[in-house]
Design a protein around this ligand. Structure first.
Ligand SMILES: Cc1cc2nc3c(=O)[nH]c(=O)nc-3n(C[C@H](O)[C@H](O)[C@H](O)COP(=O)(O)OP(=O)(O)OC[C@H]3O[C@@H](n4cnc5c(N)ncnc54)[C@H](O)[C@@H]3O)c2cc1C
Length: 395
């Protein structure tokens, strides 16, 4: 029922979306003493199409979110990855190692840990509540109109700041305006399969003609596998496991009878907002920007973005300062990563180039480590963008 919206009490902050970006932002703000309402249209535990690898530097952010958060992740029996293998269309592969390890675990578990951590810090969490509109007070965002997915009741909820952490198809980003969608237009299909062959402590990226497959262990003998295809190819409607068998390094490793979670689809992905901060609102995580999953940096960006967002909001609540400093902080933090992930995201659409780069990396293993550490956020992305490194990859 779409009746008259009820108007409820005013909060300091409404966070829309309880994925990694929203839950981490809500936890940090609640810990800082803000009155925080965290809304999600889903009910947890909820699934999310993802390769479920947390780049190594994510561990540092989890530590800063609180020892109990990191402990809960470690206690969930995650897989521990020591590096990434990149396989060219011919089947030739190269391994780059982290100087540490990264966790990989199902998003149902990981996202529930973060959602619970937000609640434990004092945020009020409401599930089954879908935000539909922003409310404006004198030119500034002053709240949201939300609808309960169960009974359809609409409610206007007011806050001094609204955080859009509502993912790839963010309604908050669209209402703030200027969301850019761009090529490559790729879509993904992800599944969990038990007892896959030859899966060890590495994430694997297999580039094909066309598309790519990302796979890796997530604990308990389960492998997460993501097939990413150009939109036009996905429309051909080949079966998931038949498509996997097109990739020489993947063929025959998965038994369709051992699928333990249905195939989830998502995409196209590449989109970002030109306006991550507005008067009374900001965007974090995929709502602000997402390009392509190849480098597996989305969760790190969501968590690190949450730290930047919370710092800016705490300042705004205390002093009335503009949220624009958040947009500047994002640029400073992510400019190198944005360029690196876009270069790699475009390059994987050129199989001959990947063949060449993998050939170079086999001869220069130190470059393979450097690239994997830069995309794992262990070292600044600009280290991989140095002219000498780029030349070493292709010449
Ligand atoms: C195929 C694929 C593989 C990937 N693999 C990796 C990987 O291995 N490692 C990695 O780091 N990243 C990976 N990513 C990226 C990663 O999944 C995202 O970057 C990450 O989930 C972003 O977190 P978020 O909190 O911004 O958004 P989400 O996790 O999408 O959370 C958004 C939340 O908002 C809620 N929501 C949406 N709309 C509304 C609304 N109107 N009202 C209320 N709630 C709403 C949703 O229910 C959801 O819970 C992958 C992505 C894809 C597509």
């Amino acid at each position: 029922m779409r009746g008259t919206a009820r108007v409820s009490a005013r909060w300091d902050v409404i966070v829309v979306g309880a994925g990694p970006a929203g839950s981490a932002t809500a936890r940090l703000l609640a810990k800082a003493g803000a009155r925080v309402l965290l809304l999600d249209r889903a009910r947890f535990p909820r699934e999310k199409p993802c390769s479920e690898y947390l780049s190594p530097e994510s561990t540092r952010v989890l530590e800063r979110l609180g020892a109990e958060v990191l402990d809960a992740v470690a206690a969930a029996a995650p897989a521990r990855l020591t590096g990434m293998k990149v396989v060219a269309p011919s089947g030739t592969g190269v391994v780059g190692r982290f100087d540490t390890f990264s966790f990989a675990l199902p998003r149902t578990t990981f996202d529930s840990i973060l959602r619970d951590a937000a609640e434990a810090a004092g945020a009020e969490v409401r599930e089954g509540v879908k935000v539909e509109e922003l409310v404006y007070d004198g030119g500034a965002v002053g709240g949201v109109v939300a609808r309960a997915t169960g009974n359809g009741k609409r409610e206007t909820i007011r806050a001094r700041v609204v955080v859009g952490a509502d993912g790839l198809r963010s309604v908050v980003a669209r209402r703030l305006g200027k969301v850019i969608r761009t090529a490559p237009y790729r879509v993904a299909f992800t599944a969990h399969v038990a007892d896959a062959c030859a899966v060890d402590d590495l994430g694997e990226m297999h580039v094909g003609r066309p598309g790519y497959v990302g796979l890796g262990p997530i604990g308990a003998g389960v492998t997460t596998v993501a097939l990413v295809l150009p939109l036009a190819e996905a429309r051909r409607g080949e079966r998931f496991f038949d498509e996997l068998n097109r990739f020489p390094g993947v063929a025959g490793r998965f038994d369709p009878r051992r699928i333990v979670r249905r195939v989830l689809a998502t995409g196209p992905f590449a989109r970002w907002s030109r306006r991550p901060a507005a008067n009374g609102a900001l965007l974090v995580g995929d709502a602000a920007d997402f390009f392509d999953p190849f480098t597996g940096q989305g969760i790190y960006s969501a968590l690190r973005g949450a730290e930047l967002a919370a710092a800016a909001i705490v300042d705004t609540l205390a002093t009335g300062a503009s949220l624009q400093r958040y947009a500047r902080a994002r640029r400073r933090e992510f400019a190198g990563k944005w360029l690196l992930e876009r270069l790699i995201g475009v390059a994987v659409g050129w199989p001959a180039l990947i063949e060449r780069v993998v050939g170079r990396l086999i001869r220069r293993p130190e470059l393979a480590d450097l690239l994997v550490r830069a995309t794992g956020n262990c070292i600044p992305a600009r280290a991989a963008l140095a002219p000498g490194v780029l030349a070493g990859l292709v010449l």
